[in-house]
Design a protein around this ligand. Structure first.
Ligand code: NAG
Ligand code: NAG
Ligand code: NAG
Ligand code: NAG
Ligand code: NAG
Ligand code: NAG
Ligand code: NAG
Ligand code: NAG
Ligand code: NAG
Ligand code: NAG
Length: 884
């Protein structure tokens, strides 16, 4: 032998034979494993003995790094695999890691795998594993990591688990275990670093005393299970513990004294939602690394010592819903990293220090329902990260600081039920404010008009104060879902849109308010009623005269232009056709008269239907107001739009251009627009057709946003820009006109674009940049139109209410979302309609970041659709069973 090996040739021959044979053995074992597995996504296609690749190159396989190459790990997670897990792989001599997490294996715990003598980690998390853990689990004697979490394993946790002495990670979370957890399990698991028994609601057990002996334990996760009784004193022995989560159990008694002092490595402690009592754990920040402390919703009492300045890493402090009393620890307000402070529903007293302005990271403060006093600190508005400040039901007094809402991200302020006085300061900076409640104070003066400039303000409660003066008309522009000014001393006319859809009780207790539906009608109303007829007549006459005037001017203009063009400027037209169109500019211009005009066009220009000499129809949009782009740039932009090919986007066939106008030639769709349909008093469309339209529009938008290169925004999504073909397949038109006319002209045109305002996202008011989320908002409005059967803007009594506001108020007031559904659709579709309503409400969320992407919308809508069709299939089952 020795002599043979000295010969390098023989050595390499020997090695290559060895590699080959071991490789092919392993291939066979793996192919046997594959044979018993269902692989719907064909993820294991590389597992094949016909290809020349070695097993080490197969999907999910890792091998030893040095020859002889041999499989060490098999990681096949999230591939929708099911079938049987075959023990053939146990013959792989070096297999150490098996991870089949996030698949669909539906079987009992595969004990055969205990034959894999070299297996160190086994991860079967998130499958459909069921049955109990048998005592033979002890056969897996070499395991360091065992993860059975997120399955349906039931029965007791057997004490035989205790013989897996090498275990470092044991995760049995999110299963159906029941009964008690035997304390003896943990006696031998001295290597354990992570122990997770969380979310096992059927456990009914005390926390085993023995856990306290696991000196290497870093994470103990027992939340949301059925643990009751006390927290064992032995826990002070968990020297290495970093994360302790005992929340949402039925624990009673006190926290072990010295817990904080003994455990120097704690990062997070959560014992919330139990029945614990006793006092605040002093020294909990002893280790100086604590980031999260949650004691909320228990029966803790007593004082919180002001020694929290140890907690220099603390970010989240939650002690709400307890019986704490005494002065609130002032040190908390100056911790350098603090982000969240929740202390509501206790009996804390004290004042908020002005130094709050130094807390650079503070995001959320909730201290409602305590006995705080003093003034609202002047520095509150200087905390730039603060988005929620809630301090209702306390004894705060004095004026509101002028800057109290200056944080640029401030979203919720609740200072109701205090003793604040003075005027409400002008609020101009907090342009993300969604909810403002100042109810039940002693505020006086007028309602500041600047409130109307906060674009996403949705909930406004100023009731029970001493406010005087009128309700600012400008508040009508907001999409207020709640507007309560009851019991003040307001006077004057209530803007119509602030009454519509809101209960009268939100205005009561203001004897000097007047308006329709109130005890007082306004005196000017009376004057108006007297003179209504003549005024209306005059208005009508004026508008007719005006329209006629415009028509005359326009006609004259056209005639002049046509003749002038024929004479001298016919050569100045350039045309580019992307499809073979047999038409000249002159044909187009000649065809563009009042007869062929469709609707009133809008600010960008009118649309005409034109019959080509070949007999086909095209739609021609005439853009009057073109920006100052060069011919070359313009051509490039329009070409970009013309290259879009999607079944839900209108084809741009070509364009003509002359100095001051552009004719865009689109394919013609005979059914008109969705907007025209909804506008008709007899609007009626089946729910399935409405869904088809919604999905189609969503697909068109998703294509523009993400699939098409360059990515485009539509920027003018509305039902009038959704054309329908003869099968009611929708096609978006008027997309991305900003690219043709330029940003400045686009913006100014949008301002006067008819009937667009209700489709515009509220952040339009403050955001300079157009975003996908704005398109999503507009889509949401269209979806609301489909669900409710109402137009985006529906006028009543000359004032109008947009559909978003209308829906929000109805739902807010009545708690009955089904009231907003289009009554013309049969109740059998009610489920899907409610689901679609929910999607529409998400799309029209005031906060852009809460809106889904168009791809998410498609997925959500299609899941409704499949539910619908499933229901149809099931209901038709009886009929079809005989024929099938
Ligand atoms: C591939 O494996 C199958 C059985 O798994 C066997 O029948 C076939 O002969 C093998 N082909 C080659 C080329 O090894
Ligand atoms: C894996 O594939 C690569 C190329 O795809 C090849 O170079 C390499 O030799 C293969 N490894 C084995 C062990 O077959
Ligand atoms: C995997 O299976 C789940 C449940 O059956 C299914 O919802 C999901 O769509 C599947 N994933 C893929 C990529 O097919
Ligand atoms: C693989 O297993 C063989 C046989 O058990 C053993 O001799 C070899 O050392 C192992 N290789 C590695 C890298 O563990
Ligand atoms: C698992 O398999 C059993 C039959 O073996 C079947 O009754 C059950 O529905 C399956 N579970 C799932 C979630 O597919
Ligand atoms: C098991 O695999 C899943 C999916 O990759 C992973 O999220 C989880 O952390 C793994 N479990 C352990 C204990 O590492
Ligand atoms: C712990 O280990 C000892 C000694 O190896 C053994 O006798 C005992 O049964 C083990 N305990 C458990 C619960 O497995
Ligand atoms: C707590 O115990 C009560 C009965 O004592 C039980 O109804 C409840 O479900 C338990 N809660 C939890 C979270 O286990
Ligand atoms: C206020 O807190 C007390 C406990 O201090 C609690 O009993 C009461 O229900 C709370 N009130 C409200 C409105 O939450
Ligand atoms: C409102 O103002 C009047 C007169 O200024 C005063 O008498 C009354 O007490 C005030 N009411 C409240 C609730 O502050």
């Amino acid at each position: 032998m020795a002599t043979t090996f000295k010969n390098p040739f023989f050595l390499s021959l020997f090695l290559s034979v060895f590699i080959f044979s071991s490789g092919s053995d392993e291939a066979e074992l793996l192919l046997t494993f594959k044979d018993s597995i269902e692989d719907p996504l064909n993820s294991l296609s590389t597992w094949s003995n016909t290809s020349f690749s070695h097993v080490c190159n197969w999907t999910g396989i890792t091998c030893t790094t040095t020859p002889p190459l041999s499989v060490t790990s098999l990681i096949l997670q999230g591939l929708n695999l099911s079938g049987e897990i075959s023990p053939s792989i146990c013959q792989l001599p070096n297999l150490s890691h098996l991870n089949l997490a996030n698949n669909l294996f539906n079987q009992t715990i595969p004990l055969q795998l205990s034959r894999c003598r070299t297996l160190e980690t086994l991860n079967l998390s998130n499958n459909l594993i069921w049955g109990t853990i048998p005592d033979q689990i002890s056969l897996f004697s070499y395991l360091r990591l065992l993860d059975f979490s997120k399955n349906r394993v039931e029965g007791r946790i057997p004490s035989s688990l205790g013989s897996l002495k090498s275990l470092q990670v044991l995760n049995l979370g999110s299963n159906l275990f029941s009964g008690t957890v035997p304390s003896s399990v943990f006696g031998n698991l001295s290597e354990l670093v992570v122990l997770d028994l969380s979310v096992n609601p059927f456990l009914l057990s005390e926390i085993p005393e023995q856990i306290g002996k696991l000196g290497k334990l870093e994470q103990l996760l027992l939340q949301r299970s059925g643990f009751h009784g006390g927290i064992p004193d032995s826990f002070v022995g968990l020297q290495g513990l970093e994360i302790l989560d005992l929340s949402q159990n039925n624990l009673t008694g006190e926290l072990p004294t010295r817990l904080g002092l003994a455990l120097a490595n704690l990062i997070s402690v959560d014992v919330s939602l139990n029945k614990l009592s006793g006092s605040f754990p002093t020294g909990i920040c002893h280790g100086k690394g604590l980031i999260n402390l949650s004691l909320h919703t228990n029966f803790f009492t007593g004082l919180i010592p002001d020694s929290l300045d140890d907690c220099s890493s603390l970010e989240r402090f939650q002690v709400q819903n307890n019986g704490f009393s005494g002065d609130f620890p002032n040190a908390l307000w100056s911790l350098p990293k603090i982000r969240l402070i929740r202390a509501e529903n206790n009996r804390f007293s004290g004042e908020l220090p002005d130094s709050i302005s130094n807390v650079a990271q503070l995001e959320q403060v909730e201290i409602d329902n305590n006995t705080f006093t003093g003034r609202i600190p002047q520095g509150l508005g200087l905390v730039k990260s603060l988005y929620r400040f809630s301090a209702s039901v306390n004894g705060f007094y004095g004026d509101l600081p002028p800057n109290f809402c200056n944080s640029p991200v401030m979203s919720i302020i609740n200072l109701s039920h205090n003793s604040l006085s003075g005027r409400i300061p002008e609020l101009t900076k907090c342009r993300k404010l969604v909810s403002l409640s100042l109810a039940n104070n002693s505020l006086y003066g007028e309602i500041p008009t600047s409130l109307a400039g906060l674009p996403v303000l949705t909930y406004l409660d100023l009731s029970n104060n001493n406010l005087t003066g009128p309700i600012p008309q400008e508040l009508q522009n907001l999409k207020l879902a709640l507007f309560n000014v009851s019991f003040n001393r307001l006077s004057g006319r209530v803007p119509f849109s602030l009454i519509s859809g809101l209960p009268a009780s939100f205005l009561q207790g203001n004897p000097e308010l007047c308006g329709p539906g109130l005890p007082n009608s306004c005196s000017e109303d009376w004057v108006r009623q007297q003179s209504a007829r003549p005024t209306k007549l005059i208005c009508a006459l004026i508008s007719i005269a005006f329209a006629a005037g415009i028509m005359i001017v326009a006609t004259a203009f056209f005639v002049m232009r046509r003749s002038s063009k024929k004479k001298s400027r016919s050569g100045s037209w350039h045309s580019v056709f992307f499809y073979p169109l047999r038409v000249t500019e002159q044909d187009l211009i000649a065809g563009m008269d009042e007869k062929s005009a469709l609707g009133n066009g809008g600010a960008f220009g009118s649309v005409y239907t034109i019959r080509l000499p070949s007999g086909e129809f095209v739609a021609v949009k005439k853009l009057l107001n073109v920006g100052s782009q060069s011919w070359k740039a313009l051509k490039a932009e329009i070409k970009t739009l013309a290259k879009i090919r999607h079944k839900n986007i209108t084809k741009l066939l070509g364009f003509c251009y002359c100095e001051d106008s552009i004719l865009l030639i689109y394919e013609f769709l005979a059914n008109g627009s969705l907007g025209d349909l909804i506008y008709r008093p007899d609007f009626q469309l089946e729910w399935s057709v409405r869904m088809r339209i919604a999905v189609g529009v969503a697909q068109g938008l998703a294509y523009l946003h993400k699939d098409y290169v360059p990515h485009l925004l539509h920027r003018n999504v509305k039902s009038r820009n959704i054309l329908l073909d003869t099968d009611f397949e929708p096609k978006l038109t008027d997309f991305a006109l900003d690219r043709i006319v330029g940003e400045t002209v686009f913006q100014s045109s949008m301002v006067s674009e008819l009937g667009s305002c209700c489709y515009m996202a509220p952040e339009h008011g403050y955001s300079k940049k157009a975003t996908e989320q704005m398109d999503v908002y507009s889509f949401g409005v269209v979806l609301l139109e489909l669900v409710t059967g109402r137009q985006a803007e529906q006028g009543e009594l000359g004032d109008s209410v947009d559909v978003v506001k209308w829906v929000r108020r109805k739902i807010n007031m009545t708690n009955g979302a089904s009231q907003v559904l289009d009554p013309k659709i049969t109740s059998s579709s009610q489920h899907e309609m409610l689901d679609a309503l929910e999607i529409a409400l998400r799309c029209t969320s005031v906060l852009p970041e809460k809106r889904p992407t168009m791809f998410e919308v498609i997925r959500l809508l299609q899941s409704l659709d499949s539910k619908t069709s499933l229901r149809i299939v099931f209901s038709g089952d009886g009929e079809f069973s005989t024929s099938g």
